[in-house]
Design a binder for this molecule. Structure first.
Ligand SMILES: *Cc1c(COP(=O)(O)O)cnc(C)c1O
Length: 222
């Protein structure tokens, strides 16, 4: 899509979202020019899957927007990620959290994080298993430079709309369960779920962050 098409689709989606829902533009593979067009049309948050790609675009775009990490974060990238990102949506182990916490302390920064859940228990997928989520959150409550703000899930690519709805419901119910525990330093404020093909279902089921790529920018050319 050219810049005008991107601006039009961004603006359409922004206007269609309920006001309590934040839109993360999933910007993998997009050029700085494409990302800038999206920002010009009102995008406030960009989401990256890879640190290196975020760094490259950050040099051009800078602090016009908030930067979310939405891909699996390798431990050896935590140092740079702590510096660049405004939110890490994909914390899924205590080890990774500890490293991030230590790096954020160096920058005098408290990082908002979401816990990524592997809600469909897919073998190759990152994310914590549903039944292990509460325990991880409890451990993270003791880290002073991370602030757990909710849950994120991808949902399986193979799932039908009805199956996806059920996975989103399960994610929400885990969030509600954690909320009830009233754990110090934990705010279950955000549910990040839904992409181009599923964001409407996700919003129905309680998502207040949606991550959209294709519907804003067109098909990706890898
Ligand atoms: C690519 C991606 C999206 C957006 O996917 P689209 O189908 O292009 O909207 C959302 N979340 C994550 C984690 C992604 O990697």
């Amino acid at each position: 899509m050219n810049s005008d098409d991107i601006k039009r689709s961004v603006s359409e989606i922004l206007h269609s979202l309920p006001s309590h829902v934040k839109l993360v533009a999933a910007t993998k593979t997009r050029s700085a020019e494409e990302v800038q067009a999206a920002i010009d049309a009102g995008i406030k948050i960009v989401g990256y899957n890879y640190l290196q790609e975020a760094e490259k675009i950050h040099e051009v775009i800078g602090e016009q927007v908030r930067w979310h990490m939405i891909g699996h974060l390798q431990k050896n990238k935590a140092k740079k990620a702590a510096k660049l990102f405004d939110m890490i949506e994909t914390v899924d182990s205590f080890k990774l959290a500890q490293i991030l916490d230590k790096e954020c302390a160096k920058h005098n920064k408290t990082m908002p994080v979401l816990i990524e859940i592997n809600i469909a228990r897919e073998k190759q997928k990152s994310g914590v298993l549903p039944e292990e989520t509460l325990e991880l959150v409890q451990k993270l409550s003791g880290l002073n430079h991370l602030h757990v703000k909710g849950l994120m899930t991808m949902g399986p690519l193979w799932a039908s709309p009805d199956e996806l709805r059920s996975y989103f419901k399960q994610t929400r119910s885990i969030s509600d369960e954690i909320k009830k525990e009233n754990i110090p330093n934990i705010d279950m404020q955000y549910l990040s779920m839904g992409m181009s093909d599923s964001y409407k279902i996700a919003i129905d089921e309680g998502a207040n962050i949606v991550r959209i790529g294709t519907k804003l920018f067109g098909k990706r050319n890898y």
